[in-house]
Structure formats: structure tokens, C-alpha cells
Design a protein around this ligand. Structure first.
Ligand SMILES: [Zn+2]
Length: 161
């Protein structure tokens, strides 16, 4: 199954923004710093299933600045096509998905915050759409957002690592 977490996270010009967030029931809280240019809509099948919706909004975040500030999330380790593992963090009580994290040092080192549960949600605009090849047929492309069939090559997005 093709999924966004099976590829390296998009790396773009950094415009950093501090975010805080929580699950629906409030047991778990987190904070982090996101790259506003990496706020994206993902149409991959895994995101559709995990979100229970047509797509998921996520944003790449610096793992050294991300932390859970209240409560302890539950985890589900999801294997990807590449053999790497992503650790999905969610609230064990209300089920809200909060973030995905690297499962070990050999896995991609980024955090992906599920933007809908941040307190800054109303300030956020998606900049990219990824895995458009599995976008639902009844949805139009988003205005002002760059489209990619799968996960774009980092070079396309103008960032050297
Ligand atoms: Zn909860």
C-alpha cells in the first residue's frame, strides 16, 4: 500500500510556527514547532483510513522540539513499503490521532503532527497536496496548494538537506 509515511518527509524552506494541541478528551497535550511550508493534505490510503475521512492534514515538525506535555499517548507501529516503521501516537481514551513519530533511530527522524488537533488550526493553510493519485474523485484540487501524485522529491521543493 502506498502511503505518505513510507517516504521521507517533505523538506522545504522553513517558516517556523509554534503549535500546541490536545486530543478530544483533553487527556493528552503536546507542543512543537512546525514548518508552515510543510503543512499538507495527504490523500494516501493509510491517511484516509486512519483519519476516517477523505484525507488527512499533517505537518512536519522538528523531533527535538516536539514533546507530550500532559498524559501518555498510546502507540501503534505501522510498517511501510520501505521497511521503515512509523509510530502512530493517539489517545488511548478518546482515540484522537495526534502525531506520527520515528519508531527507532534508523527510521526517518521527523514528527508529523496531525494539524486538526492543534490550538492554531484556524491559522493554518495547507501548502501542498500529496498522494493526489488516490485523492477521492469528488474532491477538487485545493486553491493555492501545490499538487503531487505521490510524495515529492525533496529537491523539487527547493531544500537541500
Ligand atoms: Zn483523549
Amino acid at each position: 500500500m502506498l502511503a505518505c509515511d513510507s517516504d521521507p518527509q517533505v523538506r522545504m524552506k522553513e517558516d517556523r510556527m509554534k503549535v500546541t494541541g490536545s486530543c478530544f478528551c483533553g487527556d493528552i497535550r503536546f507542543e512543537g514547532e512546525v514548518n508552515e511550508n510543510a503543512i499538507g493534505v495527504c490523500h494516501c490510503r493509510d491517511c484516509q483510513i486512519f483519519s476516517g475521512s477523505a484525507f488527512r492534514l499533517s505537518c512536519g515538525a522538528d523531533p527535538t522540539l516536539f514533546k507530550f506535555t500532559q498524559g501518555t499517548p498510546s502507540y501503534f507501529d505501522k510498517s511501510t513499503d520501505s521497511g521503515r516503521v512509523r509510530r502512530m501516537a493517539f489517545c488511548g481514551r478518546c482515540g484522537t490521532h495526534l502525531a506520527s513519530l520515528p519508531a527507532s533511530e534508523r527510521d526517518y527522524g521527523y514528527v508529523s503532527i496531525r494539524i486538526a488537533c492543534t490550538d492554531q488550526f484556524d491559522q493554518i493553510t495547507p501548502r501542498v497536496e500529496v498522494f493526489c493519485k488516490s485523492r477521492v474523485k469528488w474532491m477538487e484540487p485545493l486553491q493555492g496548494s501545490e499538487e503531487f501524485d505521490e510524495m515529492p522529491d525533496m529537491a523539487i521543493l527547493g531544500e537541500d538537506q
